[in-house]
Every structure is written in structure tokens, then in C-alpha cells.
Ligand binder design. Structure first.
Ligand SMILES: NC(=O)c1ccc[n+]([C@@H]2O[C@H](COP(=O)([O-])OP(=O)(O)OC[C@H]3O[C@@H](n4cnc5c(N)ncnc54)[C@H](O)[C@@H]3O)[C@@H](O)[C@H]2O)c1
Length: 426
């Protein structure tokens, strides 16, 4: 059991395309794009794993249409990115980099290197996924107000309050970018975007360079609208993130190199000794979980059935009667209970219930319905869901008919999870 593994760090894309049909899996970093041509030749490919956070070098839709598993490892470098972003911010605000160079050049200029404190400031995070959340976690203890903006609803948590982009631009003293590079985020940080901030602000980019128009950033650094910038990624990077200084340097890049209040690093936010190992381990674990499930790594038995369909109604009492009369549902004041047997022959039930129109039971979802799924191991599942970044609403509640917890899907639909003991409706 196991895989036979071949390493190749040097062959051209064409050379690999000529051989790829012999492989079931490929583990990549960033050397070239896995496009349609490549995927059409990879007729036996079952998974593509990237030892990194993003999958933008892969034509994901096309790969998924061919039933290829796509694996990334943001869990492996998110801590590194959070720490790097924090390090850049503290260094910029305390002028550590400038002070260091100044002292080493034989100066002792204290007033010129007076710094700013983070305490009391508002930090705005755009893109609240793995990296954004990790940075927010690192900010705990700094007595800052942390806001996040994301295109997905309900991603805010105890470390950052989710707000509109307008509110973030109104309040932020610091902006940290943690979005993927997409058509929407390409050149997102441009002159208009920067000017929409109410206050001058510090800017961090550990996400993708092409989300920033460097010439506009340089203008804002000169005007003082941006107080300082920590850039781990640059617009001029190639897809492979290697070799920046080939050819002529763009004017804005030269300006960044000369600016005292700009701190640059060569795309290393996620690149630590620890993450090197963690990234690889995450990928190995994910591959093993798919292809060699053991009892330990076997997918946790998650949803075992539909536990209930709950919806708001104008007059639930009348509705219950109507369904009883016309559809023969055996109803009580709560609705109706359907009984069925699982694969092992155990009795299970599914509940159908109209709720009052003004119920708050579905909140924060504003939808007129709520789903309930039966689950096998509520506590174990919640641990997994938390790791996966799923929004959990409130705490576990225990009643004589089972344990309950609530989560939100990406569209904000509330889902009730129910580990039932199936005695309630007997
Ligand atoms: N510098 C480094 O070494 C390094 C290391 C790891 C990740 N990264 C980069 O960090 C970025 C984030 O990675 P991640 O793993 O957190 O991704 P993620 O998918 O976990 O999170 C990204 C979040 O951004 C949100 N988003 C997408 N488009 C948006 C938009 N237009 N406006 C607002 N929010 C939007 C998504 O909804 C998601 O919540 C990626 O660009 C990744 O490549 C850089």
C-alpha cells in the first residue's frame, strides 16, 4: 500500500505533459500553470495538491469537472502569515527598520525615530479567510479594534467584527489585505479605493501583489494618505514568485525601493522553517485521508439524515391542521414527525414544523426557513467545522431529545445540527 513517488523540479511543462498520463496524483508549488492543455493530457489524474495556500495556478473549474481532487494547505502557513503581518506592522509603526539602519550608520537620532502605538487603533482586514483570521488572532491583546470585510456573509468572529467596505474605509487606521487574486481583487487597491479611506492609514499586503496598483500606492505614500506600507508581495512578481529584478525596473518599484516608510520582503510571509514542514504534513494528511482512510483518518460520519424542515408561517396552528386534514400528516402543535430506520435498523425521526412568523429561532439568518440535519457525533463535528472555518452560532444546547448546535452556510442559511436520542417523539 502507498504511492510510488517521483520528484521533478526541473523539467519543462511540455516534458511533464508528455508523461503526466502515467500519474494518479501531482504535488506542486508554483512553477507553471496547470491549465486545460495540461489537464487534458493528465487522463489518470485523481488529485492535484499544492504545497501552499492558494490554487490560482490551477484551472480549478476544469479540474473539478474531471473529478480531480484539489488540495491546498492554508492550515500549514496561516500562522506564519499572521505573525509576519504583525511583525511588519510593528516594525513600520515603530520605525524599527529605519532606526536600525540609522544606528548602524553611526547615528543616534531618537526624535527622528519616534514611533506610533497600535493601542486604540482600528485595524481593517479585507478577506477574512485562513490568513485574515490568523492575523486577527495575533492582534488579540493589543487593545485594537479589528474590523473585517469579506464578500461572504457571517465570517466575522470574536477576533474581528464584520462590516461593510464603506465602514472599514471610514474607520481603519491600518489596512491588511488577505484576499485571493481574482478578477474582482485584481488592481483593487487603486487611487479611488485608497482615497475612499477617511483617515491616513498603514497598509500591509501579504496576499497578492497584483491586487495593488503600485503607482497609485506610491502616490499615496508621497501625499501622506498612506503612512507606511509593508509589502511581502509585489505587482511585478511572476506567477512562479521567482526572479524580480530581471529587466528594467518600473518607476513605481524604484520609488518603493527608495521610500523609508516602505518595508519589503520577498514573498516569505508564509515561508518559515515551521511552515515548510507543516505545509507538507497537511498535504500528506489530506492525501492519506482520501486514499488510505484508516479508522482514525476516515471521514467523520457527519450528516446521517434530514432532522427537520422548519419554516415561518402566518398561522402555524391553522397550517398544522390543514396538513393534517388534506395531506394526512399526523400532527400535534409542533408539526409532524416522520419515522424511518437507518442502515442498522435503528429508529430515526424527521420533524416537519411551521414556526411563528416572528420567531427568532432562525436568526441571524433572515430566511423564512431553517434546515435541521441529524448528525452522528455533534462535538466531534463541531471541532472539525471550527477547524474548517465554518461559522458556528451560539453554544451546544442539550435537551431530553438530544444535543443541538447551529451553523451558517456561506449564504447565511442557518443549519441546526441535531445529535438525537430519538426518544422525544415516541
Ligand atoms: N505571502 C505569503 O507567503 C502567503 C502565504 C499564504 C497565503 N497568501 C495569500 O493570502 C491570500 C489569502 O489566503 P487564504 O488562505 O486566507 O484564502 P481563503 O480563501 O481562506 O480566504 C480568502 C477570503 O477572501 C475573501 N474574498 C474573496 N474575494 C474577496 C473580495 N473581492 N473582497 C473581500 N473578500 C474577498 C473570501 O471570501 C475568503 O473569505 C491569498 O491571496 C493567498 O495566496 C500569501
Amino acid at each position: 500500500m502507498g504511492f510510488e513517488n517521483h520528484q521533478d523540479f526541473t523539467s519543462s511543462k511540455e516534458a511533464i505533459e508528455a508523461r503526466i498520463r502515467d500519474y494518479q496524483g501531482i504535488v506542486i508549488r508554483s512553477r507553471f500553470k496547470i491549465d486545460k492543455t495540461f489537464l487534458d493530457k493528465a487522463t489518470n489524474l485523481e488529485f492535484i495538491a499544492r504545497v501552499g495556500a492558494g490554487l490560482e495556478s490551477i484551472d480549478c473549474d476544469y479540474a473539478l469537472s474531471k473529478n480531480i481532487h484539489l488540495l491546498a494547505a492554508p492550515e500549514g502557513n496561516r500562522n506564519a502569515v499572521g505573525e509576519h503581518a504583525l511583525g511588519m506592522l510593528l516594525s513600520l509603526m515603530n520605525k524599527l527598520n529605519q532606526a536600525n539602519q540609522s544606528v548602524k550608520s553611526g547615528n543616534w537620532l531618537r526624535e527622528g525615530h519616534r514611533g506610533y502605538e497600535l493601542e486604540g487603533k482600528t485595524v481593517g482586514i479585507i478577506g477574512y479567510g485562513n490568513m485574515g483570521k490568523s492575523f486577527a488572532k495575533k492582534l488579540r491583546g493589543f487593545d485594537v479594534n479589528v474590523l473585517c470585510y469579506d464578500i461572504l456573509p457571517f465570517v466575522g468572529d470574536q477576533n474581528a467584527k464584520q462590516v461593510s467596505l464603506e465602514e472599514l474605509q471610514l474607520k481603519a487606521d491600518v489596512l491588511s489585505l488577505h484576499t485571493p487574486w481574482t478578477s474582482e481583487t485584481d488592481k483593487m487597491v487603486n487611487e479611488a479605493f485608497i482615497n475612499a479611506f477617511a483617515k491616513p492609514f498603514w497598509f500591509l499586503n501579504t496576499a497578492r501583489g497584483r491586487s495593488v496598483v503600485t503607482a497609485d500606492l506610491v502616490r499615496a505614500l508621497h501625499s501622506g494618505k498612506i503612512l507606511g506600507a509593508g509589502l511581502d508581495v509585489l505587482e511585478y512578481e511572476k506567477l512562479s514568485f521567482e526572479k524580480l529584478f530581471e529587466g528594467e525596473k518600473p518607476e513605481a518599484f524604484t520609488a518603493l525601493l527608495a521610500a523609508e516608510n516602505v518595508l519589503l520582503s520577498p514573498h516569505i510571509a508564509g515561508w518559515t522553517f515551521e511552515s515548510h514542514e507543516k505545509l507538507a504534513q497537511v498535504i500528506v494528511d489530506k492525501i492519506k485521508a482520501i486514499f488510505f482512510p484508516t479508522e482514525e483518518t476516515a471521514e467523520l460520519k457527519r450528516v446521517t439524515g434530514i432532522g427537520g424542515i422548519f419554516f415561518k408561517s402566518k398561522d402555524s396552528k391553522k397550517l398544522v391542521e390543514w396538513y393534517g386534514k388534506h395531506l394526512g400528516l399526523k400532527t400535534d402543535q409542533y408539526g409532524s414527525t416522520f419515522w424511518w430506520k437507518d442502515n442498522e435498523g435503528n429508529d430515526c425521526s424527521t420533524q416537519w414544523s411551521p414556526f411563528a412568523a416572528d420567531t427568532t429561532y432562525f436568526s441571524p439568518s433572515e430566511k423564512p426557513f431553517m434546515q435541521n440535519f441529524r448528525v452522528a457525533d455533534l462535538e466531534g463535528l463541531l471541532v472539525k467545522l471550527k477547524e474548517e472555518g465554518v461559522t458556528i452560532v451560539g453554544d451546544i444546547a442539550t435537551y431530553d431529545y438530544g444535543k443541538f448546535a447551529w451553523i451558517l452556510d456561506p449564504e447565511g442559511n442557518k443549519i441546526e445540527l441535531w445529535e438525537s436520542n430519538d426518544k422525544a417523539f415516541l
